[in-house]
Design a protein around this ligand. Structure first.
Ligand code: PMP
Length: 370
Protein backbone atom coordinates (compact mmCIF):
# COMPACT_ATOMS: atom_id res chain seq x y z
CA UNK A 1 0.00 0.00 0.00
CA UNK A 2 1.25 3.44 -0.90
CA UNK A 3 1.57 5.82 2.05
CA UNK A 4 2.08 9.57 2.16
CA UNK A 5 5.78 8.98 2.79
CA UNK A 6 6.01 7.40 -0.68
CA UNK A 7 4.67 10.53 -2.36
CA UNK A 8 6.54 13.70 -3.35
CA UNK A 9 4.51 15.64 -0.77
CA UNK A 10 5.49 19.20 0.20
CA UNK A 11 7.90 18.73 3.13
CA UNK A 12 5.95 21.14 5.33
CA UNK A 13 2.85 18.97 4.98
CA UNK A 14 4.63 15.79 6.12
CA UNK A 15 3.32 14.47 9.43
CA UNK A 16 0.30 16.76 9.52
CA UNK A 17 -3.22 15.54 10.28
CA UNK A 18 -6.31 16.69 8.39
CA UNK A 19 -9.12 18.57 10.17
CA UNK A 20 -10.80 15.73 11.95
CA UNK A 21 -13.94 16.48 13.95
CA UNK A 22 -15.52 12.99 13.92
CA UNK A 23 -18.58 12.79 11.65
CA UNK A 24 -20.62 10.11 13.39
CA UNK A 25 -24.30 9.33 13.05
CA UNK A 26 -25.68 9.72 16.54
CA UNK A 27 -29.06 10.74 17.93
CA UNK A 28 -27.65 13.89 19.59
CA UNK A 29 -24.87 15.66 17.64
CA UNK A 30 -23.55 18.63 19.61
CA UNK A 31 -19.97 18.63 18.38
CA UNK A 32 -19.44 21.18 15.59
CA UNK A 33 -21.50 24.20 16.66
CA UNK A 34 -24.10 23.76 13.97
CA UNK A 35 -27.58 25.20 14.30
CA UNK A 36 -29.64 22.47 15.94
CA UNK A 37 -32.73 23.45 13.92
CA UNK A 38 -33.44 22.63 10.29
CA UNK A 39 -34.19 25.33 7.72
CA UNK A 40 -37.91 26.19 8.19
CA UNK A 41 -40.07 24.52 5.58
CA UNK A 42 -41.47 27.72 4.06
CA UNK A 43 -37.93 28.92 3.40
CA UNK A 44 -36.78 25.54 2.12
CA UNK A 45 -39.58 25.59 -0.48
CA UNK A 46 -38.53 29.02 -1.73
CA UNK A 47 -34.86 27.97 -1.84
CA UNK A 48 -35.71 24.87 -3.87
CA UNK A 49 -37.64 27.02 -6.36
CA UNK A 50 -34.71 29.39 -6.70
CA UNK A 51 -32.32 26.48 -7.23
CA UNK A 52 -34.68 25.09 -9.88
CA UNK A 53 -34.53 28.40 -11.75
CA UNK A 54 -30.74 28.52 -11.44
CA UNK A 55 -30.54 25.00 -12.85
CA UNK A 56 -32.14 26.10 -16.11
CA UNK A 57 -28.96 28.08 -16.89
CA UNK A 58 -26.43 25.85 -15.22
CA UNK A 59 -24.85 25.08 -18.59
CA UNK A 60 -23.33 28.57 -18.22
CA UNK A 61 -20.76 29.59 -15.64
CA UNK A 62 -22.23 31.45 -12.66
CA UNK A 63 -21.83 35.18 -12.02
CA UNK A 64 -18.17 35.25 -11.10
CA UNK A 65 -18.73 38.42 -9.09
CA UNK A 66 -21.84 37.03 -7.31
CA UNK A 67 -23.07 40.61 -7.35
CA UNK A 68 -26.62 39.97 -6.22
CA UNK A 69 -25.39 37.88 -3.32
CA UNK A 70 -22.88 40.56 -2.28
CA UNK A 71 -25.69 43.11 -2.36
CA UNK A 72 -27.92 40.90 -0.23
CA UNK A 73 -25.13 40.23 2.27
CA UNK A 74 -24.35 43.96 2.52
CA UNK A 75 -28.03 44.69 3.15
CA UNK A 76 -28.18 41.98 5.81
CA UNK A 77 -25.10 43.31 7.62
CA UNK A 78 -26.18 46.95 7.52
CA UNK A 79 -23.60 49.36 8.99
CA UNK A 80 -23.71 51.34 5.74
CA UNK A 81 -21.92 48.56 3.86
CA UNK A 82 -22.32 48.08 0.13
CA UNK A 83 -21.53 45.23 -2.25
CA UNK A 84 -18.02 46.56 -3.00
CA UNK A 85 -17.06 45.83 0.58
CA UNK A 86 -18.31 42.25 0.66
CA UNK A 87 -16.62 39.03 -0.32
CA UNK A 88 -18.02 35.50 -0.04
CA UNK A 89 -16.83 31.95 -0.52
CA UNK A 90 -17.67 28.33 0.23
CA UNK A 91 -17.82 28.69 3.98
CA UNK A 92 -15.79 31.18 5.98
CA UNK A 93 -13.01 28.59 5.91
CA UNK A 94 -12.55 29.42 2.25
CA UNK A 95 -12.77 33.13 3.06
CA UNK A 96 -9.90 32.62 5.54
CA UNK A 97 -7.99 30.72 2.87
CA UNK A 98 -8.41 33.56 0.37
CA UNK A 99 -7.18 36.05 2.95
CA UNK A 100 -4.10 33.98 3.77
CA UNK A 101 -3.39 33.33 0.10
CA UNK A 102 -3.46 37.05 -0.54
CA UNK A 103 -1.84 38.41 2.62
CA UNK A 104 0.08 35.46 4.11
CA UNK A 105 2.20 32.89 2.31
CA UNK A 106 5.89 31.95 2.28
CA UNK A 107 8.06 34.27 4.35
CA UNK A 108 5.02 35.72 6.13
CA UNK A 109 3.41 35.03 9.49
CA UNK A 110 -0.02 34.90 11.09
CA UNK A 111 -0.64 35.34 14.81
CA UNK A 112 -3.43 33.82 16.88
CA UNK A 113 -4.37 33.46 20.55
CA UNK A 114 -5.07 29.82 21.43
CA UNK A 115 -7.22 28.12 22.40
CA UNK A 116 -9.02 29.36 19.31
CA UNK A 117 -10.54 28.12 16.07
CA UNK A 118 -8.11 25.49 14.80
CA UNK A 119 -8.56 26.28 11.12
CA UNK A 120 -6.84 29.65 11.47
CA UNK A 121 -3.63 27.73 12.19
CA UNK A 122 -4.37 24.92 9.74
CA UNK A 123 -5.03 27.25 6.83
CA UNK A 124 -1.97 29.29 7.74
CA UNK A 125 0.09 26.13 7.48
CA UNK A 126 -1.47 24.97 4.21
CA UNK A 127 -0.80 28.39 2.67
CA UNK A 128 2.82 28.16 3.93
CA UNK A 129 2.22 31.04 6.33
CA UNK A 130 4.22 30.72 9.55
CA UNK A 131 1.78 30.36 12.48
CA UNK A 132 2.78 32.07 15.71
CA UNK A 133 0.82 32.27 18.93
CA UNK A 134 0.53 34.47 21.98
CA UNK A 135 -0.87 33.80 25.43
CA UNK A 136 -4.24 35.08 26.52
CA UNK A 137 -4.91 36.84 29.80
CA UNK A 138 -6.66 34.92 32.61
CA UNK A 139 -10.16 33.67 31.81
CA UNK A 140 -9.31 33.58 28.10
CA UNK A 141 -9.53 37.36 27.77
CA UNK A 142 -7.28 39.45 25.52
CA UNK A 143 -6.60 42.95 26.81
CA UNK A 144 -5.31 45.70 24.54
CA UNK A 145 -1.93 45.55 26.32
CA UNK A 146 -1.59 41.82 25.76
CA UNK A 147 -2.51 42.10 22.08
CA UNK A 148 -0.19 45.03 21.45
CA UNK A 149 2.74 43.33 23.23
CA UNK A 150 2.25 40.21 21.08
CA UNK A 151 2.06 42.27 17.90
CA UNK A 152 5.18 44.22 18.76
CA UNK A 153 7.01 40.97 19.40
CA UNK A 154 5.82 39.02 16.36
CA UNK A 155 5.08 41.72 13.75
CA UNK A 156 2.51 39.42 12.09
CA UNK A 157 1.39 39.95 8.51
CA UNK A 158 -2.05 38.68 9.52
CA UNK A 159 -3.52 38.84 13.03
CA UNK A 160 -6.47 36.64 13.96
CA UNK A 161 -9.06 37.48 16.58
CA UNK A 162 -12.07 35.26 17.04
CA UNK A 163 -15.01 36.89 18.81
CA UNK A 164 -16.94 35.28 20.37
CA UNK A 165 -14.00 32.90 20.52
CA UNK A 166 -14.44 29.27 19.57
CA UNK A 167 -14.06 27.20 21.79
CA UNK A 168 -14.21 29.42 24.89
CA UNK A 169 -17.13 31.70 23.99
CA UNK A 170 -15.14 34.74 25.17
CA UNK A 171 -15.61 38.06 23.35
CA UNK A 172 -12.68 40.27 22.34
CA UNK A 173 -13.37 43.87 23.42
CA UNK A 174 -13.51 46.42 20.60
CA UNK A 175 -10.84 48.45 22.45
CA UNK A 176 -8.47 45.49 22.06
CA UNK A 177 -9.21 45.30 18.33
CA UNK A 178 -8.71 49.04 17.90
CA UNK A 179 -5.40 49.02 19.78
CA UNK A 180 -4.25 45.94 17.89
CA UNK A 181 -5.11 47.56 14.58
CA UNK A 182 -3.03 50.61 15.45
CA UNK A 183 -0.07 48.44 16.45
CA UNK A 184 -0.34 45.85 13.67
CA UNK A 185 1.75 46.16 10.52
CA UNK A 186 -0.62 43.98 8.50
CA UNK A 187 -4.14 42.63 8.20
CA UNK A 188 -6.34 42.31 11.29
CA UNK A 189 -8.86 39.54 10.73
CA UNK A 190 -11.81 39.41 13.13
CA UNK A 191 -13.69 36.12 12.88
CA UNK A 192 -17.28 36.81 13.96
CA UNK A 193 -18.72 33.43 12.96
CA UNK A 194 -20.97 33.49 16.04
CA UNK A 195 -21.89 37.20 16.04
CA UNK A 196 -25.65 36.64 15.92
CA UNK A 197 -25.49 34.76 19.23
CA UNK A 198 -23.92 37.70 21.09
CA UNK A 199 -26.08 39.45 23.70
CA UNK A 200 -28.45 41.99 22.14
CA UNK A 201 -26.70 45.32 21.74
CA UNK A 202 -23.15 43.95 21.94
CA UNK A 203 -21.19 45.86 19.31
CA UNK A 204 -19.68 44.12 16.30
CA UNK A 205 -16.22 44.85 14.88
CA UNK A 206 -18.15 45.95 11.77
CA UNK A 207 -18.51 49.30 13.55
CA UNK A 208 -14.71 49.69 13.35
CA UNK A 209 -14.43 49.26 9.58
CA UNK A 210 -14.66 52.91 8.43
CA UNK A 211 -11.16 54.30 7.94
CA UNK A 212 -9.43 50.99 8.67
CA UNK A 213 -8.43 49.50 5.32
CA UNK A 214 -6.46 46.60 6.86
CA UNK A 215 -9.38 45.40 9.01
CA UNK A 216 -11.47 42.40 7.91
CA UNK A 217 -14.60 41.12 9.67
CA UNK A 218 -15.78 37.65 8.65
CA UNK A 219 -19.14 36.00 9.18
CA UNK A 220 -20.78 32.75 8.15
CA UNK A 221 -24.23 31.48 7.26
CA UNK A 222 -23.31 28.13 8.83
CA UNK A 223 -24.33 28.94 12.38
CA UNK A 224 -27.16 31.42 12.99
CA UNK A 225 -28.60 30.87 9.49
CA UNK A 226 -28.70 27.07 9.90
CA UNK A 227 -26.91 26.78 6.57
CA UNK A 228 -23.74 24.81 7.35
CA UNK A 229 -24.36 22.28 4.59
CA UNK A 230 -24.74 24.98 1.94
CA UNK A 231 -21.21 26.36 2.57
CA UNK A 232 -21.52 30.14 2.56
CA UNK A 233 -19.15 32.41 4.46
CA UNK A 234 -18.40 36.06 3.82
CA UNK A 235 -16.49 39.09 4.97
CA UNK A 236 -16.73 42.84 5.06
CA UNK A 237 -13.66 45.00 4.41
CA UNK A 238 -12.31 47.86 2.36
CA UNK A 239 -12.98 47.48 -1.40
CA UNK A 240 -9.20 47.24 -1.94
CA UNK A 241 -9.10 44.12 0.25
CA UNK A 242 -11.88 42.63 -1.89
CA UNK A 243 -9.80 43.42 -4.99
CA UNK A 244 -6.87 41.58 -3.45
CA UNK A 245 -9.01 38.49 -2.86
CA UNK A 246 -10.05 38.47 -6.54
CA UNK A 247 -6.39 37.75 -7.31
CA UNK A 248 -6.41 34.41 -5.50
CA UNK A 249 -9.94 33.00 -5.79
CA UNK A 250 -10.60 30.36 -8.40
CA UNK A 251 -12.81 31.65 -11.21
CA UNK A 252 -16.49 30.93 -10.53
CA UNK A 253 -15.73 29.62 -7.03
CA UNK A 254 -19.34 30.13 -5.85
CA UNK A 255 -21.65 27.87 -7.83
CA UNK A 256 -24.90 29.19 -9.27
CA UNK A 257 -26.74 26.78 -6.97
CA UNK A 258 -24.94 28.08 -3.89
CA UNK A 259 -25.65 31.67 -4.89
CA UNK A 260 -29.34 30.89 -5.45
CA UNK A 261 -29.63 29.07 -2.14
CA UNK A 262 -27.89 31.82 -0.18
CA UNK A 263 -30.07 34.50 -1.78
CA UNK A 264 -33.14 32.49 -0.80
CA UNK A 265 -31.98 32.19 2.79
CA UNK A 266 -31.13 35.90 3.01
CA UNK A 267 -34.53 36.85 1.60
CA UNK A 268 -36.00 35.16 4.68
CA UNK A 269 -33.41 36.31 7.20
CA UNK A 270 -35.86 36.94 10.08
CA UNK A 271 -37.37 33.45 9.73
CA UNK A 272 -33.96 31.85 9.36
CA UNK A 273 -32.71 33.62 12.46
CA UNK A 274 -35.83 32.83 14.48
CA UNK A 275 -34.14 30.06 16.44
CA UNK A 276 -31.11 32.08 17.54
CA UNK A 277 -32.67 33.31 20.79
CA UNK A 278 -34.03 29.84 21.48
CA UNK A 279 -30.54 28.38 21.06
CA UNK A 280 -29.14 31.01 23.42
CA UNK A 281 -31.78 30.03 25.98
CA UNK A 282 -30.87 26.37 25.62
CA UNK A 283 -27.18 27.25 25.92
CA UNK A 284 -27.90 29.08 29.18
CA UNK A 285 -30.07 26.23 30.44
CA UNK A 286 -27.24 23.85 29.61
CA UNK A 287 -24.82 26.08 31.54
CA UNK A 288 -27.10 25.95 34.58
CA UNK A 289 -27.37 22.18 34.28
CA UNK A 290 -23.61 21.80 34.00
CA UNK A 291 -23.05 24.04 37.00
CA UNK A 292 -25.64 22.02 38.89
CA UNK A 293 -23.64 18.88 38.09
CA UNK A 294 -20.57 20.54 39.61
CA UNK A 295 -18.69 21.56 36.46
CA UNK A 296 -17.25 25.00 35.83
CA UNK A 297 -18.73 26.67 32.75
CA UNK A 298 -17.12 29.57 30.92
CA UNK A 299 -19.54 32.32 30.06
CA UNK A 300 -20.17 32.03 26.32
CA UNK A 301 -21.42 34.47 23.71
CA UNK A 302 -21.57 31.72 21.06
CA UNK A 303 -23.92 28.79 20.47
CA UNK A 304 -21.64 26.50 22.49
CA UNK A 305 -20.12 26.12 25.94
CA UNK A 306 -16.70 25.14 27.21
CA UNK A 307 -16.86 23.46 30.58
CA UNK A 308 -14.08 22.21 32.79
CA UNK A 309 -13.55 20.10 35.83
CA UNK A 310 -13.73 16.98 33.67
CA UNK A 311 -11.46 14.33 35.22
CA UNK A 312 -10.68 12.56 31.96
CA UNK A 313 -12.14 14.36 28.96
CA UNK A 314 -11.59 11.47 26.54
CA UNK A 315 -13.35 9.03 28.90
CA UNK A 316 -16.28 11.38 29.46
CA UNK A 317 -16.46 12.06 25.71
CA UNK A 318 -16.62 8.31 25.02
CA UNK A 319 -19.15 7.74 27.80
CA UNK A 320 -21.43 10.35 26.26
CA UNK A 321 -20.96 8.86 22.80
CA UNK A 322 -21.90 5.43 24.15
CA UNK A 323 -25.17 7.09 25.19
CA UNK A 324 -25.72 8.61 21.76
CA UNK A 325 -24.43 12.11 22.56
CA UNK A 326 -21.52 13.46 20.53
CA UNK A 327 -19.66 16.51 21.86
CA UNK A 328 -16.12 17.82 21.24
CA UNK A 329 -12.84 17.02 22.91
CA UNK A 330 -10.36 19.69 21.84
CA UNK A 331 -7.46 18.49 23.96
CA UNK A 332 -7.86 21.35 26.41
CA UNK A 333 -6.91 19.92 29.81
CA UNK A 334 -9.94 19.05 31.93
CA UNK A 335 -12.36 20.55 29.39
CA UNK A 336 -14.94 19.62 26.80
CA UNK A 337 -17.03 21.75 24.44
CA UNK A 338 -20.70 21.21 23.76
CA UNK A 339 -22.90 22.98 21.20
CA UNK A 340 -26.31 24.36 22.11
CA UNK A 341 -29.06 22.02 20.99
CA UNK A 342 -32.81 21.74 20.99
CA UNK A 343 -34.54 21.48 24.33
CA UNK A 344 -34.70 17.66 23.96
CA UNK A 345 -31.00 17.50 23.05
CA UNK A 346 -30.13 19.61 26.08
CA UNK A 347 -32.09 17.19 28.29
CA UNK A 348 -30.39 14.19 26.68
CA UNK A 349 -26.92 15.69 27.07
CA UNK A 350 -27.42 16.63 30.73
CA UNK A 351 -28.96 13.24 31.55
CA UNK A 352 -26.10 11.36 29.87
CA UNK A 353 -23.49 13.54 31.55
CA UNK A 354 -25.08 13.00 34.95
CA UNK A 355 -24.46 9.28 34.37
CA UNK A 356 -20.86 9.46 33.11
CA UNK A 357 -19.25 12.67 34.32
CA UNK A 358 -17.61 13.06 37.68
CA UNK A 359 -16.33 16.62 38.04
CA UNK A 360 -12.96 17.19 39.66
CA UNK A 361 -12.03 20.41 41.49
CA UNK A 362 -12.05 23.19 38.87
CA UNK A 363 -8.81 24.54 37.43
CA UNK A 364 -10.72 27.63 36.33
CA UNK A 365 -9.29 30.03 38.87
CA UNK A 366 -5.73 29.23 37.78
CA UNK A 367 -6.26 31.22 34.61
CA UNK A 368 -5.87 30.48 30.95
CA UNK A 369 -4.89 26.90 30.19
CA UNK A 370 -3.78 28.16 26.75
N1 PMP B 1 -14.85 30.51 12.17
C1 PMP B 1 -15.15 29.95 13.34
C2 PMP B 1 -14.79 30.66 14.58
C3 PMP B 1 -15.77 28.71 13.38
O1 PMP B 1 -16.04 28.15 14.57
C4 PMP B 1 -16.11 28.06 12.18
C5 PMP B 1 -16.79 26.73 12.13
N2 PMP B 1 -16.78 25.95 13.21
C6 PMP B 1 -15.78 28.70 10.98
C7 PMP B 1 -15.16 29.93 11.01
C8 PMP B 1 -16.02 28.07 9.66
O2 PMP B 1 -17.32 28.03 9.33
P1 PMP B 1 -17.81 27.80 7.83
O3 PMP B 1 -16.62 27.41 6.99
O4 PMP B 1 -18.82 26.72 7.94
O5 PMP B 1 -18.38 29.11 7.41
Amino acid sequence: MTSLADLPLRPDLMGRSPYGAPQLHVPVALNVNENAHAVPEEVAVDIVQRIAVALTTVNRYPDREFTELRQALAAYLGHGLDADRIWAANGSNEVIQHVLQAFGGPGRSALGFPPTYSMHANIALSTATRWVTAKRDPEFRITAETAVAAIEREQPDVLFFCTPNNPTGTPVPLQTIEAAYDAAPGIVFVDEAYAEFMPAGAPSALTLLPGRERLIVSRTMSKAFAFAGARVGYLAADPAVVDALRLVRLPYHLSALTQAAALGALAHAPVMLRMVRDLCEQRDRMAEGLTGLGFHVWQSWGNFLLFDGVAQPSTTWQGLLDRGVLIRDLDIPGSLRVSAGTSEETDAFLAALAQVGRPVPSTASVGSPA
